[in-house]
Design a protein around this ligand. Sequence first.
Ligand SMILES: Nc1ncnc2c1ncn2[C@@H]1O[C@H](COP(=O)(O)OP(=O)(O)OP(=O)(O)O)[C@@H](O)[C@H]1O
Ligand SMILES: [Mg+2]
Length: 291
Amino acid sequence: MTEFSKTNKITNKKPISTNIKEIHELNENFKGMGQKVEKTLTVQKEYVEKLKEIDRKKVEFSSMVSHELKTPLVPILGYVQMLQKQELMGELNKKQLDAVDEIYSSALKLQRLVGDILTTQKLELGKLEFNQENVDVAELLDLIIKDFSPIISQKKIHLIKDNPENIIIFSDKDRINQVFSNLIKNAIDFVESEKGQITIGAKNKKEVIKFFVKDNGIGISEINQKEIFKTFYQIDTSTSRKRDGSGLGLAICKGIIEGLGGKIWVESKENIGTTFYFEIPKQSIKINTKK
Ligand SMILES: Nc1ncnc2c1ncn2[C@@H]1O[C@H](COP(=O)(O)OP(=O)(O)OP(=O)(O)O)[C@@H](O)[C@H]1O
Ligand SMILES: [Mg+2]
């Protein structure tokens, strides 16, 4: 071992041979440690590969299941719709007609759920395709309001358009419509009947367009605001318990908006209301476009 004397001069107490032995031992130890680290890294890599494989299998499996569910739903819905047209399939009494209506609405819910699961999977795999077309924003907002008018008047609430500028963007109309629909469906569920007000709109910014869906519903706590975009996340409130839903809507919105090169976020105050914002480039930049 090397030591310093009082005059700071190096004094070698042990013979050089001992030093070489110690260095050799240290070297051996390092080698051993290196081998252990290498081994751990190999094991970890194997684990990561296994997990990736499990993930792939999981996605493949649920994708296959969803397709198997989707196919039989087509004739179910088709025949039920025919049964509802009594001039086609003969008269039904009131009880029979109620039963058919019930089957129809349940089959529609199932179809929506299967569709949402498939979309979520495509998003996870980066396989969701996007259109590129000219989208007249004011026209799109009018169409959305028209589509929702039956359910809006049924719940006696208001859905209004915040004077959007007349702007044409180059993006995916159906996907933007899907995002608005998911956000509006949520808003409808969380506003009070007769007092509820939902406003949708768009603001033209330099390179992006900023859309929003604002409601005066129950609001979302700060803790939950951080979680709601995750798949299957639902807030446990008395209102939530009374409604259908699987917690996929907002995750899909996020996936679509990010796929279009934009971002989505929420601002909310409990008992005051919630506003969802989403911004997308006015010129769609998505690579994964339909051929
Ligand atoms: N406007 C809103 N006001 C209050 N809470 C909301 C609002 N929008 C969403 N949430 C909360 O966020 C949760 C997640 O919403 P999301 O749309 O992802 O799922 P869902 O509506 O429950 O089911 P799905 O959309 O798949 O039918 C909801 O369950 C609800 O608790
Ligand atoms: Mg929803």
